[in-house]
Design a protein around this ligand. Structure first.
Ligand SMILES: C[S@@+](CC[C@H](N)C(=O)[O-])C[C@H]1O[C@@H](n2cnc3c(N)ncnc32)[C@H](O)[C@@H]1O
Length: 186
């Protein structure tokens, strides 16, 4: 907690919060994981959400992305079964090769406070992954009622999943995925 706050003071725009997520928010974020072939978590930080991912039960591969060196080292110590990738998501994602179709991406990235280039590259990397399969989903929270970011691709749509009041500040949980509502069957 203290270490997280120190990270925030050193780099407020990229850390984006003064305290880790509450367990109520972590539960709301991890609820959609059921049935996923793999789980990515971008911006795992201290592991406040990670520790609610039911890895042991499902045996689903878990990959954690964290740009802060000290937080990444702690994640490696704490979550030995996960693959922890240190660095910015858009810089490191291509090293993973082919991704599973049924992939869930949990994200805590503070899009509102990210600098312009970092914001653009991160959104682009996430949208490219999502648009190649309607089974891939991004779960993201915000501290306000607007969508986290505007996707670069028009076939992706945001869905508001829930509001979590038991968090400081209260948060809204969103899902982004390919919009299949206009497809014709047969
Ligand atoms: C608001 S904190 C959330 C930490 C934790 N997941 C939680 O909910 O308490 C955001 C985290 O995202 C990390 N981060 C921000 N942008 C990132 C990026 N593009 N790639 C990887 N990590 C990033 C920050 O270093 C920070 O640890």
């Amino acid at each position: 907690m203290i270490h997280f706050f120190k990270c925030f003071l050193a780099n407020p725009g990229t850390i984006g919060a003064i305290a880790p997520s509450s367990s109520a928010l972590a539960k709301a974020m991890t609820r959609p994981i059921d049935g996923a072939a793999a789980v990515f978590e971008i911006g795992a930080g201290t592991g406040a959400i990670t520790c609610h991912i039911p890895m042991g039960k499902t045996g689903v591969p878990l990959v954690l992305f964290e740009q802060d060196h000290h937080l990444a080292v702690r994640l490696k110590d704490r979550f030995g079964d996960a693959l922890v990738i240190e660095g910015f998501f858009h810089d490191t994602i291509n090293h993973l090769g082919d991704l599973p179709d049924n992939l869930i991406i949990l994200s805590s990235i503070p899009f509102k406070s990210l600098s312009g280039n970092l914001h653009f590259s991160t959104v682009e990397a996430i949208c490219n992954i999502l648009r190649s399969s309607p089974n891939r989903r991004l779960i993201q929270y915000t501290y306000f009622n607007h969508v986290p970011f505007v996707p670069h691709h028009s076939n992706l749509r945001w869905h508001r999943l829930t509001k979590v009041w038991a968090n400081l500040p209260p948060a809204t949980v969103w899902e982004l995925r390919v919009d299949t509502s206009h497809r014709l069957d047969g």
